[in-house]
Design a protein around this ligand. Structure first.
Ligand code: AMP
Length: 290
């Protein structure tokens, strides 16, 4: 695996691969890699060669009081993992390479980015959209792979790609979970042992909603109430939002129709976790995917 630190060299490597007729796959990450990231790499490897993984803890997407400084960083272990997966290129620039002195352009995805995570973390999606646009411009992949774990982010990136006529196809991959249902996340490392145990309540809340949908519930309000009821059984959990939204607009849905998400943001002490369930209309049924 070749580790690339500069924008110019990354562009050159990618340009060369495209000139050879190769299909560049791209997996952007913030490092502290886990099996969720590895699943994106595997998805990319099934369809593309070479695969480029980026590791960049993007300062622009962290708010002033957030965990930028203490976000887990694991350079060595990440390189070993990517090497073992057979990744050809790791793009790991310093912050000054992506945001050199004088940097002054930012991307706002109106509407979509103002809701839910956008409301809870002002400026977060502006930072995400800006860095993703830059990374997609630098790498110019054929396909770029994102996790449904961050469903709103993935939807915003799709919108960005559409609005700016980017060539990259945006692929959204399933959520990888621990055996007890907790979605893998670099931030799980912050959880105390008690909070780690308690955090399975996200999965239980979504599973309860799935059960209700299975019994024929089609209205959002009782689904939300059911999820809140499950969350309330765990005293260590402080729910932020519990919503059922349209997968297209991320606006609250009154009832299930087309494709929706049940979305959760729940804090355990200072650690805020996200999870979601995809709900897809199929004929007269709704299929729930955790
Ligand atoms: P991050 O390093 O947390 O910024 O995540 C990089 C990419 O990995 C994003 O597209 C995430 O949605 C995705 N990702 C994170 N956790 C998971 C997971 N448990 N399953 C699948 N994808 C994930």
């Amino acid at each position: 695996m070749e580790t690339i630190r500069t924008v110019e060299w990354m562009k050159q490597v990618s340009r060369q691969a495209r000139a050879e007729g190769r299909l560049v796959g791209f997996v952007p990450t913030m490092g502290a890699l886990h099996a969720g990231h590895a699943s994106l790499v595997h998805a990319a490897q099934r369809e593309c060669s070479p695969v480029v993984v980026s590791i960049f803890v993007n300062p622009a997407q962290f708010g002033p009081g957030e965990d930028f400084a203490k976000y887990p960083r694991a350079r060595e272990a990440d390189s070993v993992l990517l090497e073992s997966l057979g990744v050809e290129f790791l793009f790991a620039p310093e912050a000054g390479e992506i945001y050199p002195p004088g940097f002054s352009s930012y991307v706002e995805v109106a509407g979509l980015a103002s809701r839910l995570e956008g409301r809870a973390r002002p400026g977060h999606f502006r930072g995400v959209a800006t860095v993703v646009l830059k990374l997609l411009e630098i790498v110019q992949p054929w396909r770029a792979y994102f996790g449904r774990k961050d469903a709103q982010q993935a939807r915003i990136v799709q919108q960005l790609a559409r609005d700016f006529d980017l060539d990259a196809q945006i692929e959204v991959c399933p959520i990888v979970r621990e055996p007890d249902g907790l979605a893998l996340s670099s931030r799980n490392a912050y959880l105390s042992r008690e909070d780690r145990r308690a955090a399975t309540v996200l999965w239980r809340a979504l599973a309860a909603a799935r059960e209700a949908v299975g019994r024929g519930e089609r209205n959002a309000r009782p689904l939300i109430a059911r999820m809140r009821q499950v969350l309330a059984q765990e005293p260590r959990a402080t729910p932020d939002y519990v919503e059922v939204v349209s997968a297209d607009t991320f606006e609250a849905a009154a009832e299930l129709r087309g494709t929706c998400y049940a979305l959760l943001a729940v804090s355990f002490g200072a650690t805020r976790l996200l999870d979601n369930m995809l709900i897809e209309e199929q004929g007269r049924e709704f299929r729930c995917t955790l």
